[in-house]
Design a protein around this ligand. Structure first.
Ligand SMILES: Cc1cc2nc3c(=O)[nH]c(=O)nc-3n(C[C@H](O)[C@H](O)[C@H](O)COP(=O)(O)O)c2cc1C
Length: 417
């Protein structure tokens, strides 16, 4: 019986344990979590979502309050088009977070940054360019492009000196999306170094509609593996979404995948950014407590716990402080939904907005409890304490369980004494 450890992910001469911890914004895939993956010989992601906010928290910068002060007079206005990010500050925060993480790196693995294209930041091309190039300049090992079609993203990095040496990968959920990407980037003579194929059971935003349950990761992976073979393209394929045990991973590795990308099991690791109180909600969740809904202003479906405080919260849009989801014209679907409710209930002290959420604020505050479909199985991965809570795991324990387990077994941690 094979174990994940019998396989290796190869990038040229480099060999890694074929386990990648996926990017989880905003700072859920913390630098501590990524550093553990590296130490254990795999790949860890940090996320570049809302980095000015993240660096304020970790490195005592003042980017958010500076921006809020600058646009204070706009707070009550519906038109947010003047609320722009200072590109120098976006670069500085990227340099700080990526740079400090890379400085702390120990071990044989690699650190990638997950770059969510749908964070359009009121100036999609320019902000994405400085985020991508900032990460390359700060020494990141690789960039995973997520949530978007990535059609122009490679060209935004084309002039960067590290464009051909850093590992660049994309997340796709269909062969069609991959083909579109390949066609669009053909002129750059630069193929992706890896392709993450993310299925419908993943956490975060999904590359499927509300009919996600009709799709199956094995089928999509098989199509993409066959396509690459037919085109004689030797690009590692990485399966993601619902890989819950080492045996699930081996199944994909035996079917031609070079690695797996996993996330949900690490949401209950002590190194993960989610506060422990919220981690207990993840442990407690049953299958009925998880839903895929359309409240994200990105327009993509998102999976989350139904008791997330973000659902139905009618807070004033916080674009002057954050504004990561403002499109090129300063619009965000939450602003429209919020203003509609205020117009309907002008005298209400507190309003509720059910169809959209202020994702920036709620992700920043860990109030949008996004999760993978198998979150309801987390309770089987740990011990229940006498007070009814669950024992928080270490990233090392979870990583090694993926690496060495067989027979669909999940090793429980040594109980707290
Ligand atoms: C809490 C959470 C947050 C996530 N956030 C992001 C994100 O910001 N960007 C992204 O590309 N994927 C995100 N994902 C998806 C993961 O990176 C990963 O590909 C996927 O969840 C793997 O499936 P699994 O969770 O079933 O192991 C997130 C997943 C979780 C569980």
């Amino acid at each position: 019986m094979k174990r994940v450890d019998d396989f290796r992910l190869r990038f040229g001469k480099r060999e890694l344990v074929p386990i990648i911890i996926g990017g989880m914004g905003v700072d859920i895939s913390s630098r501590e979590l990524a550093l553990e993956a590296v130490r254990l010989g795999g790949i860890g992601h940090i996320s570049d979502a809302m980095l000015p906010t993240v660096t304020d928290r970790h490195y005592k910068t003042k980017f958010v309050s500076d921006k809020q002060k600058q646009y204070k007079l706009n707070i009550l206005k519906a038109d947010k088009s003047i609320v722009q990010f200072d590109l120098a500050q976006v670069t500085e925060s990227t340099h700080l977070h990526v740079g400090k993480t890379m400085e702390a790196k120990r071990g044989d693995g690699m650190i990638f940054v997950n770059c969510m294209e749908k964070l359009t930041m009121n100036s999609p091309r320019e902000t994405l360019r400085v985020r991508l190039c900032g990460a390359l300049d700060a020494g990141i090992d690789g960039i995973t492009l997520s949530a978007g079609l990535h059609l122009g993203s490679f060209s935004l990095m084309e002039d960067n000196p590290r464009f051909r040496d850093a590992k660049l990968g994309i997340i796709v959920s269909s062969l069609r999306a991959l083909q579109l990407f390949m066609r669009k980037t053909a002129r750059l003579n630069r193929l992706p170094d890896y392709i993450v194929v993310e299925g419908p059971l993943a956490g975060g935003h999904l590359g499927f509609g509300l009919d996600w349950a009709e799709y199956d990761l094995h089928t999509i992976v098989a199509e993409i593996v066959a396509h690459l073979k037919a085109e004689q393209l030797d690009i590692p394929v990485i399966a993601a979404g619902g890989v819950f045990t080492g045996s699930d991973a081996v199944d994909f590795l035996e079917k031609g995948c070079a690695a797996v990308q996993v996330a949900t099991r690490f949401t209950v690791a002590k190194e993960c950014g989610i506060p422990e109180k919220v981690q207990q909600e993840y442990f407690k969740a049953s299958e009925q407590d998880i839903e895929v809904n359309m409240i994200s202003p990105t327009g993509y479906p998102m999976r989350m716990l139904k008791n997330s405080p973000a659902i139905g919260a009618g807070i004033r849009p916080n674009c002057e402080a954050y504004g990561y989801l403002l499109d090129a014209h300063g619009h965000c679907a939450y602003i429209d939904a919020y203003n509609r409710e205020v117009a309907l209930y002008p005298d209400a002290k507190k309003i509720s907005v059910m169809d959209k959420t202020c994702l920036c604020t709620h992700m920043r505050n860990y109030d949008c409890w996004t999760c993978g479909q198998y979150t309801y199985r987390l309770k089987d991965t740990s011990h229940r304490n006498a007070d009814g809570t669950y024992q928080i795991l270490t990233a090392e324990h979870i990583f090694k369980d993926y690496q060495f387990s067989t027979d669909n077994k999940i090793a429980l941690p040594p109980p707290h004494s």
